[in-house]
Design a protein around this ligand. Structure first.
Ligand SMILES: [Zn+2]
Length: 410
């Protein structure tokens, strides 16, 4: 326990004293019962305004300091109590607890970090989205700052594939600034990923993956705008997206560990009322953040003899000789199935009937020519997998769809 920090019962708890020796801590989803007169006596002190030291001295002569220190340490260890920020709103700190963030640490991180919101265009939902995000960020306790000084910059767009984001990507990397796109409009508002200036992936990596899932865009020539700026929104839907984004940005800035946003686009599906994460892979031959394309090295890798290795056969039989279980394959490859950024845009259950599970994968052929040409040569295709059960069929479909891509890129 750090005796110099203010401590309090978790601010998400309603604290109820029952009789003179029982305490109930009730939150939305949890309830705990503490029995002992000391817990009841501690209630007025565990309000987040007193430090451990102050509490121990308030009980001097009645409770031995070592014993009280141990009680406070146990309350902290069991997350009945937390270190709290004296000045920050209790409700906000309660929310951090519900999101599994240590409240005082989240508040400290937030106050030391900041956000800039830039609109790619002031027109339409991008401009409105930027304005609403600034409002929501302030409401969430995120300090706003000028773009050249903020910890992260958010660029509000009407489409993730706006052609001028190429220049934004280059500029942000040149200036050493972290940034992420945000699309407030549409039936699927999106945020992220957070692009780090000296790391991969970058926006170009995401754009390459996205356009494989949107091949129609390549047919249209465009300058600095987007092929499909979102046309569907209400002020309420933009506000919902901005509030969702502000909460995720607050979580990212508030936590000390790396955020989901570092490698994922977060999408809010208004149709299904659900949120999803879409993995963004670094493209090894990305012209911005990857190694330059070296055809001779690719050829040398392709010509290298196949080396076979002995692996134990998985105990999960299912009629095959596999070294990984179906669940392990899903865990490894499932992140590549996404209609937004995946190698495979989706899997469809086309089972013929009970006991005849078949999944087909929608994909674009990974030939190293542009996607329009791919379509012309009939490369966008599909793959299917069959198996004994749904669990084993899903990875079979993914594997079948991955194989030509691995063959081209490995
Ligand atoms: Zn890149």
């Amino acid at each position: 326990m750090d005796p110099a920090k203010p401590i309090g019962f978790g601010p998400q708890f309603n604290v109820h004293v029952v009789g003179d020796r029982e305490l109930l801590l009730l939150s939305e989803q949890r309830s705990f019962r503490l029995v002992g007169k000391l817990y009841v006596a501690l209630v007025p002190f565990l309000d987040g305004k007193h430090t451990g030291e102050e509490i121990i001295s308030a009980f001097a002569g009645r409770i031995a300091p070592d014993r009280l220190r141990q009680v406070l340490t146990d309350l902290l260890a069991k997350s009945y109590a937390h270190y709290l920020d004296k000045a920050a709103p209790a409700a906000r700190q309660a929310l951090w607890v519900e999101l599994d963030l240590p409240p005082a640490e989240a508040e400290r991180n937030l106050s030391n970090r900041s956000l800039a919101v830039i609109a790619a265009t002031e027109q339409g939902p991008a401009g409105d989205g930027a304005r609403l995000l600034r409002e929501a960020a302030l409401d969430s306790g995120i300090p706003l700052q000028d773009a050249d000084q903020a910890t992260i910059a958010v660029v509000s767009v009407d489409d993730y594939l706006r052609a001028d984001l190429k220049e934004v990507n280059a500029r942000m990397r040149r200036q050493g600034r972290a940034w992420m796109p945000f699309k407030a409009g549409g039936g699927m508002p999106m945020l992220g990923p957070l692009f780090r200036p000296a790391a991969a992936p970058c926006w170009q990596c995401l754009a390459t993956a996205m356009i494989e899932n949107r091949p129609g865009d390549a047919v249209i020539s465009r300058q600095n705008d987007a092929a499909r700026p979102t046309r569907s929104f209400t002020t309420a839907s933009l506000r919902l997206a901005a509030n969702f984004a502000a909460l995720e940005i607050a979580r990212t800035l508030g936590q000390s560990a790396p955020s989901t946003l570092e490698r994922h686009v977060l999408a809010l599906d208004l149709k299904t009322r659900s949120a999803s994460e879409h993995f963004v892979r670094a493209q090894s031959d990305c012209p911005v953040c990857g190694a330059p394309h070296d055809p001779l090295a690719v050829l040398a890798r392709g010509k290298a003899p196949l080396r076979l290795q002995s692996r134990p056969v998985s105990p999960e039989v299912d009629g095959g000789w596999r070294s990984l279980t179906a669940a392990e394959v899903v865990q490894r490859l499932g992140c590549h199935v996404s209609p937004v950024s995946g190698l495979i845009s989706g899997l469809q259950d086309l089972s013929l009937g009970d006991g005849l599970p078949v999944f087909t994968a929608r994909q674009v052929g990974p030939v190293a020519i542009d996607v329009r040409a791919n379509r012309l040569v009939g490369k966008p295709g599909g793959a299917a997998g069959k198996g004994m059960s749904e669990t084993s069929t899903f990875p079979t479909g993914v594997n079948a769809a991955m194989w030509p891509k691995v063959g081209s890129y490995a």
